[in-house]
Design a protein around this ligand. Structure first.
Ligand code: PRP
Ligand code: ZN
Length: 288
């Protein structure tokens, strides 16, 4: 039997993207062990090898050809200046890179930071942002616990990732300026040989099916036939809803797919339109 090669994917070992990255691969039915402290793992039923790395190292690993693809935050990718290609936005790990100042400090615009000291782990992105706005400030690059810098008198401001905002809050800082929005993205090395390219295509097919599934819900309901037209109007479906007669005369069962984002709104309108026994189900994978 010919041994097939593995596509090598880099994911964050521990941090904001790790759990969702591993979860995404599992929903793609790629089975693997990721015990505590594990640095690499070979999938059981898909030609994939998973590297668990520090997020900051992922772009470099891909560029150097040590890994073929990766899941990484756009913030990390942008800061690294790497020329790997973004293939897909993954919709998780959403955050923003923002400038924050001590609560109560006067701030009207970026110009207020001229001559001030700003702590960040993102000197390249911040440097470009300041440059674009013709503001000269002193950037202090630190690799962690950026948010304590003003409190200990190291800097006047910070430029750091904000997601819930609780880190800023507990450190007495106020967000004053968004520098960039970020989310997890799937990136790949430009050159993959035909074999790896084919594996990547299968993985991407699965990732897209899982992504589409997450954005939608499957809905089933019963409706009296005289209300059907109104009910069906509320349900776009993939093509159009499935309508089947129930055993009880005068009633139909309706099946459809609706967007997950506002499905409660649609469910309320379906109920008001006369639908009964409404079931809303999650979808595992969806191929258009
Ligand atoms: C970021 C940032 C803050 C925190 C903000 O760190 O440095 O500490 O998240 O999140 P919050 O607004 O929800 O409180 P992250 O966990 O990404 O770790 P890293 O930057 O050290 O990799
Ligand atoms: Zn990090």
């Amino acid at each position: 039997m010919r041994k097939t090669r593995n596509l090598r994917i880099a994911v964050q070992r521990s941090g904001r993207l790790s759990e969702s990255s591993v979860g995404l691969l599992r929903r793609c039915d790629v089975g693997f062990d990721n015990g505590l402290g594990k640095l690499r793992s070979t999938a059981r039923d898909f030609p994939l090898e998973i590297f668990f790395l520090r997020d900051d190292d992922i772009p470099r690993y891909i560029e150097d050809g040590v890994a073929d693809v990766g899941i990484v935050g756009e913030n990390i990718l942008e800061e690294s200046g790497s020329n790997t290609d973004i293939v897909e936005r993954l919709g998780f790990g959403k955050c923003r890179l923002s400038i924050a100042v001590p609560r109560g400090d006067a701030y009207t615009s970026l110009a207020d930071l001229a001559g001030k000291r700003i702590a960040t782990s993102y000197p390249n992105i911040l440097g470009r942002h300041l440059c674009q706005h013709n503001v000269e400030a002193e950037i202090h690059t630190i690799s962690g616990s950026v948010e304590i810098a003003p409190g200990i008198g190291l800097t006047d401001a910070v430029c750091d990732l904000v997601s819930s905002g609780s880190t800023l809050l507990t450190n007495g800082l106020t967000e004053v300026e968004t520098v960039m929005m970020s989310e997890a993205v799937l990136v790949r090395r430009r050159e993959l040989d035909a074999e790896l390219e084919a594996i990547f295509a299968s993985l991407l097919f699965r990732i897209r099916a899982v992504g589409a599934a997450a954005r939608n819900k499957y809905i089933l309901l019963n409706a009296p036939n005289e209300k059907l037209a109104e009910v069906v109007k509320l349900l776009p479906g993939i093509k159009s809803p499935t309508v089947m007669p129930l055993a009880e005369a005068g009633w139909s069962s309706v099946h459809s797919v609706i967007g997950a984002a506002d499905h409660w709104n649609i469910v309320e309108r379906l109920k008001a339109a006369g639908a009964e026994g409404i079931l809303v189900l999650s979808i595992d994978q969806m191929i258009g």
